[in-house]
Unconditional design. Sequence first.
Length: 125
Amino acid sequence: MRSGHGLAAMLGGAVLVVWLGLMAMSWRAAALPPEASGTVLAVFPPRHTEAAIFAAIVRAGGRPVRATWLDFAWIAHGDEPGFVAGLRAEGAVAAFDDVPLGPSLGGCAAVVTLDRFMRQAGLMK
């Protein structure tokens, strides 16, 4: 028989495993199909730099709208059908309907940030 602490640790571990499994299934079900277009939340692996993500969105035929508070998740817009497939081909893990993920800067600060990313991505001199 396990002690109280061992039992609590096992129960906590089991709850964590179940929760992670349910979250993985939820995220997979919420992901947009490859043929989708419009404004999306594009999620890339955390190892990607912001400049690389910006360039990947442009190469996929989209327009970066804004970064989120997560460095590897961007709001992007693409009009052509298959925009999500293009994002995945450029390294995105998934794309979801546009959802707010917290505060971001706006106004002239956003213009300065966009300009900086375009230069870093080699899309502007």
